[in-house]
Structure formats: C-alpha cells, structure tokens
Write a protein that binds this ligand. Sequence first.
Ligand code: SF4
Length: 486
Amino acid sequence: MKETIYQTICPGCGIGCGLYIRKNADGKLSIDHMKSSPVNLGKLCRFGMKLPHYYAKENNAVNLVNGSSAVAETAIKAAVEILKEADSSSIALLSVGNTTNEEQMAFTKLAATLETIVQTGVSSECLNVPMASLVEIENAKRIVLFIDPYVQYPLIVRRLLAAKKNGASIVAVGTQPLNLADETLDLKPENHDELKLDSESLIIADIHPNSDIMLAKSLLALAQKTYAKIQFMRPFMNSFGTGLSGDQESKKVGLAELLEDIELGNIRTLVVLDSDPIELMPDNEAAVESLKKLNNLIVISSRSSPITEFANVVIASEPVYSKAGTFLNTEGKLLENSGAGKAGVDALSLLNAGIGGKAFTYDEMNYLVLKAIEAQKEKRSVVTECSVSVDGVSSPEIPEGMYELKYLYNPFMWFDQQDDNDFVLLNRNTVRKLGLKKGGCVNLKSNRGELKMRFRVEALPNGLVLTAKKLPVARGTSTIVSMEGC
Ligand code: SF4
C-alpha cells in the first residue's frame, strides 16, 4: 500500500483549521501543515499537532454487539431490532457536531423516521444568530472577550493580535487577566453596559454543552441593544453544521437536561452519533450513572471512547479525516474533506431503511446539505430579537476559607486527551497563605476525595483555582474545594 494523503480539518474545535493527514504504508499517521487554508494559514495549536495520537489506530471504533465484536451488518441489524421494539416516544438522538454535515443530515433522516429530532447538547433557542467572520475580528475597533483564546480557541489569537495592530482595544471580561487584553474587567451581567459597545465592537464568547445559556442569551441581547457584532465560538468541528437540520430549535435541550430525562425514565433508548456524554459532561461518573438507566444505548462512532464500552451496539464508521463530506466552521465557512469514506452515511441509510424509512446515498445527503446551507443564509440575514433577563445568570457563593475550582474548557478536555498541562492555576496570595513551595504541590479536597496537583502562579482573584484538565475531585464546571500545601 502506498502512502495516502488526506486533506481535512482539525476536530479539536469549531475554528476548523485545515491540515493534511499522511498515512504511510504501515498505517502510521503524521500531519502536514496546509499553508493554503484560509482559516489558519497552515498553523495548528498543540491539539492539532497531536492529531496522530488522537487518530491512532487503537482509538478507532469497532463494531460491537453487547460488548462482543461483530461485523457491521450484524451490528446494524441489532440496532434495527432495538429501534423497532423501543417505544418511539422514549427514544432520543444526540449529535454535538463531531462529524460531517452529510452524516448529520443522514442522522436527521433517521430521527424523522423515528418521529423525533436530533439533540445537539445545547438548548439553542434564540442563539442561532448571524455570526461575525473570523476576518472581522481583525477589523473590529473594540473587542470584548468572554473566552480565554490562548487556552480555548488558540488559533484566534493571531486574529486578535492583528486587530490590536490595527488599533483595536481589547477587553477581557472575567477573572483571569489575558496578556493581549488592554484591561480585564470582572463584570456581572447586570453591569455589562460598562463595556461601552457600539456598532464597531465585537463580542467573542462561546456556546457548548456546559455553557451558561442564560449568560449566552444575555450577551446576544447586549449585542442587539448596542449593535455590536457577536461571535459565538463552538467547541466541535461541525457544531455549526448541527443547525442545518431544520429541526425545531425550541425542542432542543441542553445535555444536562437530556441526562436528567434519562434519569427520570422519560428517555429509555439513546442513539448517539460521534458524541460521548461521559467525555462531555463535567462529572464523568454522574454521566455514567445516568446512562446506566437506559434500556438501550446505540453508538454510531468513528472513535472508541468511554461510551462505546458499555453500549448495547456500536456501529463503527471510518476516522473523520478519511470521510467524504463537508463541515461548517464557527463562522459558517463551508470546508471539505478529500476522503472518500462513506461508511457512516451508508450505516445510517441501512438503519433508516431497516426501521421502515427510505434508504439514501451520500450524494443525496450532500445535495440536501448544500440546499440547507443556501436556505440558512437567507434565514440568517433576519435577526430575531432575543429578550432575556440577567436574573438567571448564576454565580456561586464561596464559603470562608474555601476556594472555587473552575474548569477552563479546551480541546484536550472535551475529548479527554492526554495533556502536558497537568497543573492548577492559583494566585500569589493563595500560594503565600498556604505556604506552598516552588516546585511543590497543592492538595485539593472536596466531598469526592482529595488530589495532589502541581500548581502555577497566575494573576487571578482570591479564592479562584483554575484547571484545564478534568479532575476527579470536581463535581462540575465549578466545585467548592479546600486546599493545603503538600
Ligand atoms: S485551534 Fe482548534 S481547530 Fe485549530 S488546531 Fe487548535 S484545536 Fe484544532
């Protein structure tokens, strides 16, 4: 077998950085930079550079029925039997956007046959708004950041630096000062008027399964009130493409609500497409406990992940880099793979036909995708007013002597990938107060146990501890902990 080169995009976040994946005769993978990619001009962040590990052969999904390996046909048949016997009112489908538009469209067809919709893990009512393009970042006069671009969406840093060079002022809203920001303001939503936004301003925030949707809506309302542009970054390669289905946005619920519905017994059968709630939820163990309440779990995936281990059926598709298909990045730009793999669409077609729907081809799905993109462009030129009260935006109470351990979501965390950044961030006051020694560690304690971590000093407010890695002592994106030196 000769070497094969695939033109693809990085699955690490919604920016959609272009790159080449090389597969040599022994199946070993390496990456090549794609200088012609308009999104990233060949540059990749640490996550993109580690894609050969992410896509390593041992991480590929395999077909399974009740934990035993099976051929694809057997796995699809088993899934058909489950879906035919399940009570249709208690079936849910989930895809957060880790695959092509064409697979997403095929999944929508399956949902329609089952008389339901595809959940995307985000309650997106009111949030499907026109996006600023990444180039617009460079031309904005005032940029307000509700994200940490270095950690969360690294490839927009170069756009922000270009904006600064063009004279933009940059404000970071939050507790962590950013090197590239002119100022950092720790503002509550009710004080966002102090940001002094106008039509030449740009707000950059993000939306993901664990976002505070009330905060996202309040930012949208702020943008509408001040005529500022808004860019919601998204964490998955095709998060934006999940909006193509035409499904009723108002019926979409957040991932936490979906798991609650499973807990309550309202959902008995879950079908997921390249989405793993165990990886996505801040508390892995709680997500496992919820999923155990299901009668049936069907996973259609290119990747093996914690959820594939206890699914009733796993239907494996090819790795994303080798799929035929398109993606929409965070700015709505259409990007395309050079691969020819259609196993994911074909499996969904067989599933759909098996439960009484129509079979379809990849080309038919591609046609529907392109049509939906055109329709979406027209829809997106109409801005809907989104009114929201800031009362629902929460901020936790921290008891005296305790600390708030907060997750700083990033591509490594979303996919539970190994990361060298194995430390927590504390401020200098905390280090002094706890008597921590340089090169030493800090012992974090919560009601879930304790954990020793290395630490780094960062200019944070008192009482805050940040982590870019999921920690077993954490319950969620925000956990109250006590700390002592070790
Ligand atoms: S910025 Fe996002 S898309 Fe680009 S290389 Fe990093 S993780 Fe991948």
